[in-house]
Design a protein around this ligand. Structure first.
Ligand SMILES: C[S@@+](CC[C@H](N)C(=O)[O-])C[C@H]1O[C@@H](n2cnc3c(N)ncnc32)[C@H](O)[C@@H]1O
Length: 206
């Protein structure tokens, strides 16, 4: 099972909240791509944060496209993950149990919680192989790709990051994990806007 968690890498989420969200406020449509979303904890965490910070009208304009390629490892990828059911033990290991409590209810299965419909309805799960180098759409305001690039060879990393550049709207944001910077040959496509990496802004390639 892929390693992931609710509210993983709080530093990176902090930059999304403090630097990207204020700009997304008031837009009529905000598309987010969570690339390599594993079992859903990351896109649901993002949706909870957006709901918390954007208010009702801002949040109603959000769609998070959550993609991963491992259908074989996660049978019924779209259906089961989209149900948003997790062991209630996640409350003990997350840095934000308050948000998970606020945006979940006891599930029908004892010992499990279910993410509320308000949050689930904003996350669209889709099978997608990043190494196809075909973006799942265009005009994204934010692409989040954390703890995924490490699976790829250097040239593959560059092609994947170029694909994110194509998928983003002008001035769009790219969130990476701390271990990764835009790979060689793609540095000119981004401005780093957060200390220690984490968050980049699209520069037009000209
Ligand atoms: C360590 S998990 C990271 C999950 C989440 N982003 C996080 O940071 O918690 C890495 C994910 O990358 C996905 N992945 C690896 N290669 C991929 C590919 N070619 N296309 C799409 N997803 C891929 C894996 O299936 C796995 O779910």
């Amino acid at each position: 099972m892929a390693l992931t968690a609710f509210f993983r890498d709080m530093q990176s989420l902090h930059y999304i909240v403090s630097l990207a969200m204020p700009e997304l406020l008031g837009r009529s449509r905000v598309k987010i791509w969570d690339a390599g979303c594993a079992t859903g904890e990351e896109p649901f965490s993002l949706a909870m944060l957006f709901c918390e910070h954007l208010g009702y009208f801002g949040f109603s304009n959000i769609v998070i496209h959550a993609t991963d390629h491992e259908e074989s490892e996660f049978p019924q990828f779209r259906e089961s993950i989209a149900e948003g059911v997790f062991p209630e033990l996640v409350l003990k290991t997350t840095p934000r149990p308050d948000l998970i409590r606020k945006y979940s209810r006891p599930a029908a299965r004892p010992g499990y919680i279910q993410v509320v419909e308000e949050i689930r309805s904003k996350v669209v799960f889709q099978k997608h192989d990043l190494l196809s180098y075909r973006e799942v759409g265009t005009d994204f305001s934010l692409v989040v790709c954390k703890n995924v690039l490490l699976h790829f060879q250097p040239l593959q990393q560059s092609e994947v990051v170029r694909m994110f550049h194509r998928a983003l709207a002008p001035q769009g944001f790219l969130a990476l994990d701390q271990a990764h910077r835009p790979p060689p040959g793609t540095e000119h496509l981004w401005t780093n806007i957060a200390e220690g990496g984490f968050l980049y802004r699209k520069v037009e390639s000209g």
